[in-house]
Design a protein around this ligand. Structure first.
Ligand SMILES: [Mn+2]
Length: 331
């Protein structure tokens, strides 16, 4: 367990932890509004010894089919996290960083002028992190980045259940060819065909665009959530996934554009942040082995609505990891 940081002197000031170059799990001492750009103000580190949770940015957006801009998503999501570790977590009443040693790895480095080298760069970076036994939370980037992330996780954990929140199923058929199609709407078609995900254990929630072939995945579309509520949706997800090793991927456009305007392919009629949090906060007993939050495009955002939602999603899952490590929730 990480050393408990000293109590905040004043709200708005991070706990006065000593700066750390390694996996301290403690906060860099600075005002919340002075966030220089790590998620939750945890230390930035490439040395993962002792770390059990790693945040990684993937600033890639050239697979998007509509508005570009998600390359700035990791930066926006980090800034959107600035207030989240100021107080104890809600609704749990603990600081997750007292239980989970977390670091921010920075962003994947790739050569944008060599587009077909990018999937391997993402996959190799992710594999190099999770080989240390760390849980990886990645920030997109457009949703294509989930394909190399799935490859890295499936290589370690075997074929995965996909727990997928999105306006789009992303199982549209890919143009047949030797190379991976750099398209943020076809990668789960490929993932099924390559055996990276197990369709019968996988579920897509919030969908409100059409695809003819659902590739065997269960779809709980947005009207299902609106008609049946978050609790019934959660129960369905838990039933489908069971204890299978699962990868959680959240396209921020699962939210309605009123709750997440800053995204590349918005679709009306989506979930509210309250509905999404009610579902996601119930996933703690599932065997989730990795996750991402993608498609935050801050140029279209207003007052950080989208960035704060994305940051809170990742923070919520960090709290669930803390509970697995012994934190007692007061929720
Ligand atoms: Mn989408």
């Amino acid at each position: 367990m990480a050393k408990t940081p000293k109590k905040n002197a004043h709200p708005g000031t991070a706990p006065a932890a000593a700066p750390s170059g390694g996996a301290g799990g403690s906060l860099v001492p600075q005002q919340t509004y002075s966030n220089i750009g790590t998620f939750l103000r945890v230390p930035r580190a490439h040395d993962l010894r002792g770390a059990d949770h790693v945040f990684l940015g993937i600033p890639y957006d050239t697979a998007t089919t509509f508005r570009p801009g998600a390359r700035f998503g990791p930066q926006a999501t980090r800034l959107g996290s600035a207030q989240l570790c100021e107080l104890k977590s809600f609704p749990h009443g603990f600081n997750p960083l007292d239980y989970v040693k977390a670091v921010d790895y920075g962003d994947v480095y790739f050569d944008h002028s060599m587009p077909h080298t990018i999937p391997a760069a993402i996959e190799e970076t992710a594999a190099g992190i999770i080989k240390h036994g760390c849980f990886l939370t990645s920030f997109g980037g457009d949703h294509f980045v989930t394909y190399p992330l799935l490859k890295a996780h499936a290589a370690k954990y075997g074929p995965l259940a996909l727990i997928h929140f999105d306006a789009h199923p992303d199982t549209w058929p890919e143009t047949e060819g030797k190379q991976v199609e750099l398209n943020h709407g076809t990668m789960f078609h490929r993932a099924v065909k390559e055996g990276l995900i197990v369709p019968s254990k996988s579920v897509q929630t919030g969908i409100r665009t059409w695809v003819d072939d659902k590739m065997g995945l269960t779809v709980l579309d947005a009207p299902f959530v609106h008609e049946n509520g978050a609790r019934a949706t959660l129960e369905q997800i838990k039933k489908i996934v069971g204890k299978h090793p699962a990868y959680l991927t959240i396209d921020i456009d699962c939210l309605d554009p009123s709750h997440a305007p800053g995204t590349g392919t918005p679709v009306a009629g989506g979930l509210t942040t309250a509905q999404l949090f009610a579902i996601l906060r119930g996933l703690g007993r599932l065997n989730i082995v990795g996750m991402d939050v993608v498609e935050v495009a801050p140029a279209y955002d207003q007052a950080e609505i989208t960035a704060i939602a994305a940051a809170t999603i990742a923070y919520d899952q960090l709290c669930l990891r803390a509970i697995r490590k012994g934190a007692k929730s007061q929720a």
